[in-house]
Write a protein that binds this ligand. Structure first.
Ligand code: GTP
Ligand code: MG
Length: 180
């Protein structure tokens, strides 16, 4: 059995990565947040899958690319966060974050990805129409979830999905390269 699970949150600035982590931990929306919170360890007995879980924040304002690459390579699952009301942050999922993660992870070990659409409290319409084609294009994406750090909507679900993606992956563990 696995010893622990390491969850990394990445995404464009201001999409709400730090707010999501703090909402999970304090069960209320923090009005003021630092750029980055220190790594948080959730003890096994309060996690749904009974495995100690580390949650790691990332902020471009406080970290170098080198530090980011190191965190990517250490992560067991990566949540790519976008804001549902910010189209650019969605575009960056495919034209920046997924390629960057692919470049910095071992080709043979599949790191599951979770697409996280935050700030669902700010929109009427779901971003799923935009997200589904991305899901279909990349087999690394385990699942997607829309949530709100502000309303505390789907916050515990998000971290449960992340744990589950590591402990019970549904995708292929090994994708042989296509040979023509
Ligand atoms: P960086 O550390 O700069 O990369 O940003 P971040 O992704 O950590 O975002 P942060 O948590 O600092 O939140 C950015 C802004 O969005 C803050 O003003 C938050 O209060 C706000 N915010 C975060 N989550 C939500 C949400 O679910 N709904 C709304 N309405 N605002 C949110
Ligand atoms: Mg932050």
């Amino acid at each position: 059995m696995r010893k622990d699970v390491r969850i990394l949150l990445v995404g464009e600035p201001k999409v709400g990565k730090t707010s999501l982590i703090m909402s999970l931990v304090s069960e209320e929306f923090p009005e003021v947040v630092p750029y980055r919170v220190e790594e948080i360890t959730i003890p096994a007995d309060v996690t749904p899958e009974r495995v100690p879980t580390h949650i790691v924040d990332y902020s471009e304002a406080e970290q170098t690319d080198e530090q980011l690459f190191q965190e990517i390579s250490k992560a067991n699952v990566i949540c790519i966060v976008y804001a549902v009301n910010n189209k650019t942050s969605i575009e960056k999922v495919t034209n920046h974050w997924i390629p960057l993660i692919t470049e910095n992870t071992d080709k043979d070990s599949r790191v599951p990805l979770i697409l996280v659409g935050n700030k669902s409290d700010l929109v009427e319409h779901s971003s799923m129409e935009t997200i589904l084609p991305i899901m279909n294009q990349y087999s690394e994406i385990e699942t997607c979830v829309e949530c709100s750090a502000k309303n505390l909507k789907n916050i515990s679900e998000l971290f449960y999905y992340a744990q589950k993606a590591v402990l019970h992956p549904t995708g292929p563990l090994y994708c042989p390269e296509k040979k023509d």
